[in-house]
Design a protein around this ligand. Sequence first.
Ligand SMILES: [Fe+2]
Ligand SMILES: [Fe+2]
Length: 431
Amino acid sequence: MNERLAFRTGLLRQLLVASAVASAACGDSGSGSGTGGGGGGGESAAGGGGESAAGGETAAGGGGESAAGGQGGAGGQGGAGGQMAAGGSNAGGQGGMAGAGGSSGSGMNDVERCFFGAPPCPPAAEAVNVFGSCTDQLELVTEWISGPTEVNGTCCYQVNVSAPNAGECAAIGRPFMVENQARVASLRTGDRRWEAAGLTPVVAGLTPELRAQLGREWAHDAAYEHASIASFGKLALELLVFGAPADLIERTHRAAADEIRHAQAGFALASSYLGQPVGPSTLPEAARLVLAGSLEELAAAAVREGCCGETLAALVADAQRDAASDPVVREVLTQIAAEEAEHAALSYSVVAWAIATGGESVRTAAHRAFIESAHNLEQACANAEQNGPVSQNETLRAHGRLSAQEALRERLRGMREVVAPAMAQLLGEAS
Ligand SMILES: [Fe+2]
Ligand SMILES: [Fe+2]
């Protein structure tokens, strides 16, 4: 528990420092990195922020625990709302809040969606127990109509889905968005090229069913890690388009290299559990990507994918590490959590630079994206709560797998206790 609190507090401090560094750079515009001055600013800001985070831990801890996503956590919810509202009034962005609900859009009915899984594919009525409720495009499956059809080692079903980017469904780390949908490579077995060497969890004593589930879930995560490489590639190009300083571009390329290692680690674990190699196939959607056309667009995406997405991914990875007892799994998750935290800090630096460069309209776009992300997550947690608690198999937890509900709860808590104060500093002090 102490380790978890230390990670959360340390992460918040990193994000506050990232925002403060950029604030100093802003006041100092044209001088380059501004690292020295920023360090000082970060120090004092982190002290204050850290304390309020610790307060939040007590207040929202109770609320978050009992609420499993919200209702009983009136204190926590009020706190987070206040933080977000504070950022909003600074940014003059109340309109963004009002518009947030509309972002969910409408879903699609009777479409085919495919899921990675070793045959035999389960019938449609049981598919949710095997594959969960989210598609690769981060849509929530609201109805499994018919299937399965087996296609190239995947199980395909006709389903009804929500609009993409449902709050219930999160990429692992930074998603690769093309045409407003998360994209991942499909997976194939028999391919060892993406396996990290020497990462072998203990599989003795696991039933074939548990091994299959662990393999599927780790392969699923590894596919998102693999997609993050493309996402950072896109960001690096966008930073060049808009004239970002060298250090941001260097950190972006380093992050892409981290994601290669995350993917390799994930595929190594998945292959061990499955008892056969698994890796990514092609990622054809990358050929259709469109770079951000404005700093506003760039900043909003950085908020959604990095400031929110990677911050919450770091916290979920740390929760997975905490649940895991397998030493190899713990080692992998320790590294992923630490590096996702750095990626999150990079996003705060990117947004602060974008605001310093583009001014009020960029700040408003960033604010709107924060509010929209928080709204979607709060909504998802409220929906999940209606389904009641879901207990997770302890063996799965020992191998680093949380239930969807646990992960959702971690993300909500992270949004309230880490993202909200970091956002307040970023929007309140940058420029
Ligand atoms: Fe990652
Ligand atoms: Fe990442």
